[in-house]
Design a protein around this ligand. Sequence first.
Ligand SMILES: C[S@@+](CC[C@H](N)C(=O)[O-])C[C@H]1O[C@@H](n2cnc3c(N)ncnc32)[C@H](O)[C@@H]1O
Length: 492
Amino acid sequence: MSKRKNLGYKKSKKKPNRSEKTYGKQNSSRYRQSKGKRKESNGPPRGRKSVTAEVTCSDLSFEGKGIVQWKGKQLEVPLLLPGEKAEVTVFQKGQSVNAELKRVITPAKDRVDPPCPYYYECGGCQLQHMSYQSQLRFKQETIDALMKPFRKPEPILAMDHPYDYRNKSHTTFGLDQNRKVIGGLYAQNTHEIIPMDRCLIHDPKADEIVQSIKDYMKNSKMQPYNEDTGQGFLRHVLIKVGKVTEEIMVVLVAASSEFKGKKNFLKALRKAHPEITTMLLNVNKRDTSVVLGNQEHVLFGKGTITDMLCGLKFEISAKSFYQINPVQTEKLYGKAIEMAELTGKETVLDAYCGVGTIGLVASQKAEKVIGVEMNKEAVRDAIQNSKRNGVKNARFYQGDAGEFMIEMAERGDQADVVIMDPPRSGSDEAFLSSVVKLKPKRIVYVSCNPETQVRDLRYLVKNGYDVEEIQPVDMFPQTYHVESVAKLVLKV
Ligand SMILES: C[S@@+](CC[C@H](N)C(=O)[O-])C[C@H]1O[C@@H](n2cnc3c(N)ncnc32)[C@H](O)[C@@H]1O
């Protein structure tokens, strides 16, 4: 701990190290994709007064930011750890006060040098400056505090190797000031591309493929798209990797369906990466931060990949949701199925079912599974997945889970167990009020956002359920996000 020289903040007047260079406003390596659309820069906001202050961090916020007091105000300082004394720059404009870390005076023993050279610029990870053990402790404390009204959560399920886990990556392309092709991630809340060769939480193979695409573009007429001028072709590259099957899908997201030089590009990329099993062209002409457009053309292969989870094979298309950390997903699903206490006689509702993963795993131990999901591609994949796995007792429906539940409740349908896995925004009253009408014996609530999960648990507890178990899972190491699965039982 004492040797924390290159922490990424200015210690002295000596030349800043690599991390320091990218810290604060010195983001010279970034390329602003669209000046007009820039929302926020990492540097001092223009027109704001700034002062330097010495502060001591007392705690961490849910997002892993250091909490400090300054002139009677509570501020959240990214990258600061509890117990640390530090110099921060405080920016003030009207009532709004923000702070940035300038220099750590007394580093905490949990502080480590972030292994990623882009960490201070990128924002995709928020906890790389903490040892993995302290990340886990932080997540445990977060979930313990949130779940206090219900019960004490179990110890978090950690990852043995908390890197390289993402089976899905997307890279944005652009040109730098010297008109050199660059590809990387957007800096948080901006349209500024941080050129990068490797993201430590991506699957390494995905980054190698992106590198080959960059190299190809440097020597060809294929141009990245420019949001300001509307010129150019390639906007993003989305890659999905089947971690078990090793199948790889590459999706080129382009501004036009006219793919000049397609033959040469495909030939070169397939030669360099014979492991790519399918490739698609997705056309996104919209002026939007949503990556994928509506038009999709398969360039070769079947247009989907398959992967294995919990012994079953799943088909995944470009647009469907599939858990991004398969190692931890097996632990999560294992726990969810255990909480469902299936005996083979139950009707299970898999709500927000995605490509049917949880429901199909549950179908092996239940009489019947009904899945509902909004995304039509995911439902199509779920139906394919049940066929592919020879599952005869599962049905999947497309629609809003809330509306589906209202109809189920009105028809007087039965469900013994409801497994629900809504998006970050959580569920809604339409869904929850119908669930309580159906009175399933058990509800298993899987969530990637414990804050909305708490809100929904409160509703269920008020309406006849007890929280019997809560299991946090570290699905997203290096970030502040934490997954949680809760078991609720109907009060007798
Ligand atoms: C967190 S994912 C879970 C998917 C799946 N259970 C899994 O583990 O892969 C949430 C899913 O809910 C779907 N979704 C979002 N809003 C929905 C709604 N109102 N009704 C039904 N499905 C919805 C999304 O398309 C997504 O597939």
